[in-house]
Design a protein around this ligand. Structure first.
Ligand SMILES: Nc1ncnc2c1ncn2[C@@H]1O[C@H](COP(=O)(O)OP(=O)(O)O)[C@@H](O)[C@H]1O
Ligand SMILES: [Mg+2]
Length: 240
């Protein structure tokens, strides 16, 4: 049995049957604004702060300053841990093909994922987002190959990885993509409506090797971050 990694996000480890198996790749999927990036950052920050497990935030969406600012809104000081070599932000912004040809990508490139893993002895990795990551490559074939290579790289490193994925459906239904089949786990964050109220919901769809709680549970974003309530029923699903 693999060792379990705690997310430390209230309610989440319980829903996952105790935690996430070490070196698993888990997708956190949901529609824009639901809380995926916050969720992934909280997993990473808790790793550093509570469990002494260094982590890397690989972002395709934002520059590092923005990532630090979003985290700071919850009172999470990334810079402090960056200075201590316990946390690294690796930014891999999208470049157009033209720029790539001119060699801009190479000149601007900072530390690679592999270099950061070595430098801080990473145990956790976040990719935000796998959806945009795929657009770094120009055709379907190279997207698949590069996604497979990424998954192989993080698995070989022994790190436990969360990949953020955009999901356009706002309900609890899923459109299955390549990455869903490649991953060991799938967590879905979605909106559920009750009259005029929209409520955030949480569901573990799969987690290889774990006895999960597959039920739908309410989720909140508070000033301290994400909270999931494993014993509560969403308002929209409660019997009258
Ligand atoms: N302190 C807070 N309290 C409540 N909600 C917050 C707080 N800070 C951010 N949010 C919510 O987080 C949402 C964005 O979460 P984010 O993880 O960036 O979403 P996603 O990555 O799924 O697009 C915003 O829509 C905002 O409503
Ligand atoms: Mg996001």
């Amino acid at each position: 049995m693999a060792e379990l990694i705690n997310t430390g996000i209230p309610g989440v480890d319980e829903m996952c049957g105790g935690g996430i198996p070490e070196s698993a790749v888990v997708i956190v999927s949901g529609s824009p604004g639901i809380g995926k990036s916050n969720f992934a950052m909280q997993y990473l920050y808790n790793g550093v702060e509570k469990y002494n497990e260094p982590g890397i935030y690989l972002t395709v969406e934002d520059v590092p300053e923005k990532v630090r600012a979003y985290a700071a809104a919850f009172g999470w000081d990334l810079e402090k841990y960056e200075k201590e070599n316990k946390l690294a932000i690796v930014a891999q912004p999208i470049f157009g093909e033209e720029e790539e040809k001119k060699g801009k990508k190479k000149e601007d490139a900072g530390e690679t994922l592999g270099e950061a893993i070595e430098r801080i002895g990473a145990k956790r990795i976040v990719l935000d987002s796998v959806t945009l990551f795929k657009y770094l490559f120009k055709d379907d074939m190279s997207r698949r190959v590069n996604l497979l290579n990424f998954i192989k790289q993080v698995k070989d490193s022994g790190c436990t990885t969360m990949m953020v994925a955009e999901q356009h459906e706002s309900t609890g239904d899923i459109t299955y993509l390549d990455e869903h089949f490649l991953a060991d786990g799938l967590i879905l964050l979605f909106w559920s409506r009750h009259k005029e109220k929209n409520e955030r919901c949480f569901r573990v769809v799969k987690l290889r090797g774990q006895k999960i709680n597959p039920d739908i549970r309410p989720m909140e974003i508070t000033e301290k971050g994400i909270m999931v309530y494993p014993t509560q029923v969403p308002l929209s699903l409660a019997e009258k």
